[in-house]
Structures are given as C-alpha cells and as structure tokens.
Design a protein around this ligand. Structure first.
Ligand code: FES
Ligand SMILES: [Fe+2]
Length: 372
C-alpha cells in the first residue's frame, strides 16, 4: 500500500450531533466511507460503510430496533460493533464477516471521529470547544462541501491577508493585509496573532454590530492539526479595554473526504445579542457568503495545484503560519507512513530560489511537498 497523503491519526469532526440519529448517514472521511447512526441508548456510532459480503453500502440498509443493520443487498446483519451476527442464507456466519468500527467521541454538539489506527485514539486529545455549549454564547453552524484538498483550506485560514482581496465587501479591508502577524505554536498547534488598532470597520461589522467609529479588531487564530481551526475575534471601539467589546469565535472543522475533497464544517459563535434570531440569520447568511468566496477560490486553486504539483511557489512573510501548518501536516503524514514501515510518500521538492520580488521568504529551507 502506498503512503496515504492524508493525516489519518487524528480527531476530525465527522458530523454535528443533530445530523446523527436513527437514520443511517453516509459520509466519506479521509478516503473511507463511514456509516453514522445512533444506537438506541443514544450513543453515536460509526462503522465502515462497506458490507463485508460484496461491499454494498450499509447506509443503504435498514437499522433495526436491536441496533443491527441489515444490508439491503443480500441481508448480512451487522451489529453496533461492526460484527456480522447473521446471514439470511445459512446458519453459520463467515469468520471474517465484520467491518471496522471507528472510535467516536461526542462532545459540545460535535461527533468526532478517528479515521486512523484505533489504538492511537485518545479521547483526551479531542479538541475542546466548550463555547459551542456555553449558555453565554450562541452560534450558527453548518457544513459546505469543498472540492479541494484540505491543506489549501488550512493555508487559507492561516493567512487571512486574503480577506483584503477575496472578501472586500464583507470582512476584509486594507488594514488586514497591512497588519503583520505574530506566529507562535508548539506540538500540533500553529497560532497567529493579528491586532489591528484604530482601523475602519469592515462592512460586515458595521452592519451586524452597528459600529460606526474606528475600531480595534483582534484576529487570533489557532490551528490544531490535523483538522481544527478556531478564529478568536474581538471588535471594540478604539481604545476600549478588554473584556469590553464584541467577541466572536469561528470554528472550522476541516475534514478530508478524499485526498482532493474536504468537508468544510463551521460554527460562528458570539457572546452578544444572543437572543437575537434575526442577527443569527444575518450572520449565517454572511458566513455562507464569505465561505463561498473562499470555496470558489480554493476550487480553482485545486485545479492549478493538481495540474502542476511540483511547481516551486514563491512565499512572503505573511505565509509563515500557512507554511508551518503545511509542514506540520506533511510531518504527520510522514510519521504515520514511517510507523507503518512505508517509504516516504514523495521525494523532497527542489530547493527554492532566493525570495522573489515583492517580499522576503520566511525561511531559507526547501518548500515542503503538499499533502497530495
Ligand atoms: S453486499 Fe451486503 S449482504 Fe451482500
Ligand atoms: Fe476567507
């Protein structure tokens, strides 16, 4: 088996809590078909969505009151552990008739799934998003399919200078690209801090918060590899002391569906006007509009990357966080391949030439290969 370009050993959002019920739900996670459902005791469950008989999707079968799925092709009966407990045609069950049961943890309205080696799944490593269940906060949420590899979304979120150019009518203005970031991080985390002081409010904040004066805008992002990103936002009239001001958090659950497709889960939370449903509807529409601009960009970028995967890109200072995120994922993919005793997935890319005109490269090291 060749090395997988996707990080498999990690907690990814597989579904929102309210998506998982007694109706079988198929969703591809990291190249694997998964059948999500809820056992009769309320526990979220996930098994490989490929019948051990002739690979028909179990999600097209029937879930019984006994929590057994009956395959709709020839009638294999698969229990919540993924074990075949009966076949219609004969009394004995083939010994290898079972499917993989994925580790699953449900917390704060999120069903997390571990698509890789189950022995390495530790529930203590599930990303902690308590504000999704905090009474002092409210949020809107959803998921948008993206036809681009996950790393492009990771880099998009780790370099928000693109807001100036891609989102000028909503959340972007010149101040974003003009304000440098500080990048920190350790282990599986890459974080950046961007504090814009005394700037004009972008259109989205003027309309949703009624801000008319200059503002201080904080935009601090945390990427928890392999698939979680949280943007912490603070907006306040210039000079207002923390903790005063409007606070928002945007969670992105970036779950690879395949090597070149990604589930773009999101939740946009706020700690002000939490009863205001009209504002929630406005923010949801705004968030989806902003995400569509990103999706349109990433999908055409995917075509350009796929048709010239070896191109040596030029980079500038604001790419530091994105490059760290890309390298982190690449390192995790290689570590998983090494643990399986496989050769590295790809040869190293050629040495990048000196920084191109327009900016300094953040580091004089070779560019890492992309994830796929
Ligand atoms: S494919 Fe499921 S029983 Fe035959
Ligand atoms: Fe964006």
């Amino acid at each position: 088996m060749s090395a997988n370009p996707i990080v498999m050993d990690g907690w990814y959002i597989g579904a929102w809590t309210d998506e998982v019920g007694r109706t079988l739900l198929q969703r591809w996670i990291c190249g694997r078909p998964v059948c999500f459902y809820r056992l009769s005791d309320g526990t979220a469950n996930a098994v490989e969505d490929r019948c051990p008989h002739r690979r028909y999707p179990l999600s097209l079968g029937r879930l019984g009151d006994d929590d057994v799925i009956t395959c709709n092709y020839h009638g294999y009966r698969i229990d919540g552990q993924g074990t075949c407990v009966g076949v219609a045609e004969q009394p004995d069950v083939p010994r290898n008739a079972r499917v993989h049961r994925f580790p699953v943890v449900e917390r704060h309205g999120v069903v997390w799934i571990w698509p890789g080696d189950p022995d390495r799944a530790d529930p203590a490593d599930v990303p902690d998003l308590p504000w999704l269940a905090d009474e002092g906060w409210t949020h809107v949420k959803g998921m948008v399919p993206l036809k681009a590899r996950q790393v492009l979304l990771v880099e998009n979120l780790l370099d928000l200078t693109h807001e100036t150019f891609l989102h000028p009518t909503s959340i972007g203005n010149a101040a974003v690209a003009a304000t440098p970031i500080e990048v920190v991080g350790e282990g599986n985390r890459v974080s950046f801090i961007r504090h814009m002081i005394g700037i004009e409010a972008p259109p989205f904040y003027r309309s949703s918060m009624g801000v008319t004066t200059d503002i201080d805008r904080w935009q601090d992002g945390d990427f928890f590899a392999p698939g979680t990103f949280v943007l912490n936002i603070r907006i306040a009239p210039t000079g207002t002391e923390e903790p005063e001001g409007f606070h928002m958090k945007v969670f992105y659950g970036m779950t690879p569906a395949t090597a070149t497709e990604t589930h773009d889960f999101f939740a946009l939370g706020r700690d002000y006007r939490i009863e205001d449903r009209e504002l929630s509807e406005f923010q949801l529409a705004q968030q989806l509009a902003v995400m569509q601009e990103d999706i349109d960009a990433l999908e055409v970028q995917e075509v350009m990357v796929a048709t010239d995967p070896g191109m040596v890109e030029s980079s500038i200072r604001s790419d530091v966080a994105g490059i760290r995120g890309r390298r982190l994922l690449d390192k995790m993919v290689k570590a998983e391949a090494a643990a399986r005793g496989e050769a590295p997935a790809r040869p190293a890319r050629p040495q990048r030439p000196a920084a191109a005109a327009g900016g300094q490269a953040p580091a004089a090291r070779p560019e890492p290969a992309r994830q796929a």
